[in-house]
Design a protein around this ligand. Sequence first.
Ligand SMILES: [Zn+2]
Length: 499
Amino acid sequence: MNVINKKNIFRFSCLGFIIFLAVLLVRAYFVPHMTQKRLTANQAAFKKLGMYDTPRLVENLRQAIRIQTVSGGKLLEDPRTFAKSIQTFRRFLRKTYPVFFNSLEEIKLDSPSYLLKWPGQDSSLGAVGFMAHMDVVPVEPGTKGDWAMPPFSGELKDGAIWGRGALDDKSSLIAMIEATEALLQKGFTPPRDIYFIFGHDEEVGGNKGAKIAAQWFKEKGLGLDYILDEGSGIIKGDLLGTSRDVALISVAEKGVISLKLEVLSEGGHASMPPLKTPISVLASALLKLQQKPFPARFTDIHTDILQTLALGKPLLERVFLSNLWLFRSIVVGQMLARPPTAAQLRTTVAPTILKAGSKENVLPQSSSAVLNVRIHPNETVESVIDEIRKKIGDDQVTISKYSTGFDPPKKSAKNTPAFQRIQTHLQTVTGGVLVSPSITIASTDSKHFNHIAKNIYRILPMTLGKADVKTIHGTGEKISVKELKRMVRFYQLLLQQPE
Ligand SMILES: [Zn+2]
């Protein structure tokens, strides 16, 4: 009997196709759920929290915002004003939180940043670092009038506290101290040593703050089990294009460097231009960089994020995101089409400063451009410089470092008790948010602790939607009292049960 006839081939093909579809659908159902290790919410610890006083909490953040600790921008040109503002802020903290400052041990640094130790019950257990920063970015000149409330007013309106630093990062700093004071007042001692590291110059790189604090650890030969710092948040579905909010705990961070491209020549009269001038050579180099972007590098962190997002997506998208073994190139293509998601996948190069020429009839003797480069966790400062040199492929263009470069910090593990504990506490304070590891595309102070902390987890326990994200370093920054209270609760839980 000949089974290989046309009819049978058709039947087998149909059967194969049905099995294939079934695999896709079964994966679409099960794979995203597997990303969410459902831990029991920690209700017992939740009930035992020390009480904090909400009006006081709100008032303290309002006051913190009013102190203009602006680093960078015009004010940095007057370092004395900045130094004074940080001293005022330090005095404000001390006066406002006597219990915190009298109970913890302050470690004197050659820096206005704070390093404080809260001795735990068992110093042999790995210590944990909580980081936040005191400084804020400037308000873009000419945009003050666009704010619904003045940017340094700390105004309380419609259930929100307004002003620069409300989200980034004074809310976190105040919430950490409030959480600690409430626990101290209950006579609580943490199970392990806790260090608080409050930088004063995070927004300009942290070289005189967090870096000095990290050096202290190095000199003492002390390490940290993990660090909790800013760098991500509980991201609302409207920003992610999903029906569910996702808490993104960053386990990786991009590196950063600014590079200067420079072209020199003899100059001359503009009436007899040579074929190539410093401007045309530089323009061609910049164009090449735009046309030859860095390759997309898909990592297991991307798999985790996409499979988690799948839980809040319609069926078709869910099928795609749960079957990356088959659809990865399509998904990557879509991610590359949008700058925020493209930045998650590749090293980005942004020209930010351009200089050449001073008179309309004189050929400039030099031209230069500054590139701000954000380095994918799988690359390094040196590897991207080499790559940029190759992409430009022109010896007339010299490349030099314009800023201190930071390699991407090592990736932190997601299968640690600490990560899972942070996840559980986030789920407790939100009533069960989805959680995924992620990558911070900006730079944080925690990078200075790359070799001090075994793991670094970056998240602010606050909900951020589309509208909120625009206000970070932008116009109209504010935090709702509800979110601020949630932050205090989260920190209280984590301080009580760091692992
Ligand atoms: Zn920040």
